[in-house]
Design a binder for this molecule. Structure first.
Ligand SMILES: [Zn+2]
Length: 411
């Protein structure tokens, strides 16, 4: 068995469809757990499939988790679909949660902490989802994996595929950063640089999948399992805060996977009795591509695609996010919010964090501190808050962009 005991299968988030594990015997595809044939999207309505667990069967308490080494996201094995000893892992997750007291003073709140996902093996939060999704690919009869990505997920997928001896096919838009493109090649991935923006890369990926029906898709929400990796971010944040639920978690938002993951993680921990409440979840987007903020401001449950995206924050320039609906649900149900700020303010915030706190934040995750500054200026805080900002990507991936901002200021 490669699946874990409590993992009970897949469920559509939009309809009643369920694909539950065979309990004793293997399914027709020869894989234990949900059948591969319909593991991409819901066969009834094309909705997103989510992994479900029999949480009542899980015996986890705070003391048990605290007794485990803080060594990788696989320390939450009971809450993941696959067993740790089957995992394709390079010890992703288990990142630092760094106290930023200067930021807290400037914002007029009690505490600000940065969850530094730049410390993951390939320098971004993408490693959480790719570790779990490539573990799934490996347990099947897969030889090739494929995805479209603004860059970090492509780099990460190429790394994990290489480790698992799978071929990876990565479709990135031409504007994707140099480090991402270079490292896809270095990890042995087959990279297609597609002219134009993310939409064009997604089209090329879909065409390639149609031509190669043996390729295993790793695109956002094309596999249920990236969400399973993403949710561990929440587990680590509350454990890192010694089980205090922060007042807000602010996440740079492109596809919506990060917010959806935090919300799923929070609901599971609450259901297990490990916490009592869900924190307010905030999306931070760039004003030049903010479909989730626009939908939130208009009170809509679904976003409308952005026709002409234009931001220097390439990581989060996702005009038509696959997880838009789930992200909006997470924001709404957690009583959170969504804030868009201009590129100049975002770069300013990334540089300020590097300068004042010593942490290296890439341009896109600069949207998180930028959003919080915006909230502070609007008088949203009373001074008692604990706020967690997620730094999704290491600053050195796009050091040139950060430095050019300094040059623009004449410093
Ligand atoms: Zn469905």
């Amino acid at each position: 068995m490669t699946t874990t005991d409590a993992f009970s299968g897949l469920e559509c988030v939009d309809c009643e469809y369920e694909n539950k594990s065979e309990s004793e015997s293997e399914s027709e595809s020869g894989v234990d757990g949900p059948d591969e044939t319909d593991a991409r999207r819901c066969p009834d309505c094309d909705g997103i499939l989510e992994a479900t667990y029999d949480l009542e069967a899980i015996d986890l308490d705070r003391a048990e988790l605290e007794s485990r080494p803080f060594d990788s996201l696989w320390r939450y094995e009971e809450l993941l679909p696959f067993a740790r000893d089957s995992a394709v892992t390079t010890d992703e997750g288990a990142t630092a949660l760094v106290e930023c007291s200067k930021l807290a003073d400037e914002l007029g709140v009690d505490r600000v902490l940065i969850k530094d996902e730049g410390r993951n093996p390939t320098g971004s939060i993408a490693d959480r989802g790719q570790s779990v999704a490539v573990t799934d690919a490996l347990r099947r009869d897969t030889t090739d994996v494929a995805l479209a990505s603004t860059g970090n997920d492509g780099q990460s997928a190429a790394a994990y595929a290489g480790r698992a001896d799978l071929e990876s096919h990565v479709f990135v838009p031409s504007r994707s950063g140099f480090t991402n493109k270079a490292m896809v090649n270095v990890h042995g991935g087959d990279m297609s640089v597609v002219g134009g923006r993310m939409g064009a890369a997604e089209d090329a990926y879909e065409e390639a999948l149609a031509e190669h029906d043996d390729w295993h898709p790793l695109g956002t929400f094309d596999t249920p399992y990236r969400l399973e990796g993403a949710k561990t971010l929440f587990y680590e944040i509350v454990e890192g805060l010694e089980w205090e639920v922060p007042d807000a978690i602010v996440v740079p938002t492109g596809t919506g996977l990060g917010l959806a993951g935090l919300y799923k993680g929070a609901r599971e921990f609450r259901e297990l009795g490990l916490i009592d409440e869900v924190p307010a979840l905030y999306a931070a987007q760039a004003a030049g591509c903010a479909p989730i903020v626009e939908a939130f401001d208009d009170g809509r449950a679904e976003h409308e695609p952005v026709e002409h995206p234009d931001t220097i924050c390439g990581d989060i320039e996702i005009p038509d996010p696959a997880g838009g609906k789930l992200a909006l649900e997470a924001i709404r149900e957690s009583d959170g919010g969504a804030i868009a700020t201009e590129d100049r303010a975002i770069l300013e915030a990334a540089v300020a964090v590097a300068n004042g706190e010593g942490l290296e934040v890439a341009p896109s995750p600069g949207a998180a501190p930028s959003a919080v500054w915006d909230l502070a200026e609007r008088g949203e805080f009373d001074g008692s808050e604990t706020i967690v900002l997620v730094n999704t990507t290491a600053g050195n991936k796009e050091a040139d962009v950060l430095r050019s901002h300094l040059m623009g200021q004449g410093i």
